[in-house]
Design a protein. Structure first.
Length: 116
């Protein structure tokens, strides 16, 4: 075996040994309306809403702000379409649904936006 091949074999072996988890746990994205309205804003921030999940024993892997992407009537006091998005273990999705969260896959117009 040539020295170059030996070196390549050692490098590939080292990279394989320190690789990340090959099978990360399956997860689902869920969302819930922030409850904010046009002109006055308000609503529940993701950090506070995540307590609904964690208090029910649901692990929150990540959270983000989002919009539902739907059209909303432009009237003060009407919903503004802001949502909170959470990544949770797939095995706990039904628990989140029982808390009035919804699967993000049911809202294809939704997108993440920076939290303000």
């Amino acid at each position: 075996m040539t020295p170059n091949r030996l070196l390549l074999l050692l490098v590939l072996s080292a990279l394989a040994a320190c690789g990340s988890d090959a099978n990360p746990p399956a997860s689902n994205m869920v969302f819930k309306s922030r409850g904010s309205v046009q002109c006055t804003g308000g609503g529940t921030p993701p950090a506070v809403m995540s307590l609904e999940l964690t208090n029910a024993g649901i692990v929150v892997l990540s959270s983000a702000c989002g919009v539902d992407g739907l059209g909303h009537v432009a009237v003060c006091g009407a919903p503004d379409g802001a949502i909170n998005i959470f990544e949770i273990p797939e095995s706990q999705a039904s628990d989140a649904l029982s808390l009035s969260f919804f699967l993000l896959s049911t809202l294809p117009t939704a997108s993440e936006v920076p939290c303000s």
